[in-house]
Design a protein. Structure first.
Length: 61
C-alpha cells in the first residue's frame, strides 16, 4: 500500500480539532510534494537523458 495514502482514524471531536487535523495532514502532504520535486530537480537523470539525446542526435547527423 502506498504510504502516501493513510486512512486516518477520526472520531467524534470538535470542529476545530477536525480542522487542525486536516490542516496538518495537508501541510505534511505539501511538504512531501515539495521534497519530491526537489529530489527530482537534483537528480542526475535529467542531465543524463539530455546527454544521451545529444549523442543520438549527433549519430543521426
Amino acid at each position: 500500500m502506498n504510504s502516501q495514502y493513510i486512512r486516518h482514524e477520526v472520531r467524534g471531536c470538535e470542529t476545530s480539532d477536525l480542522r487542525n487535523f486536516w490542516e496538518k495532514t495537508i501541510e505534511q502532504q505539501t511538504q512531501y510534494l515539495q521534497n519530491e520535486k526537489e529530489r527530482q530537480r537534483r537528480s542526475a537523470l535529467t542531465k543524463l537523458r539530455n546527454e544521451w539525446m545529444e549523442r543520438l542526435e549527433k549519430r543521426i547527423k
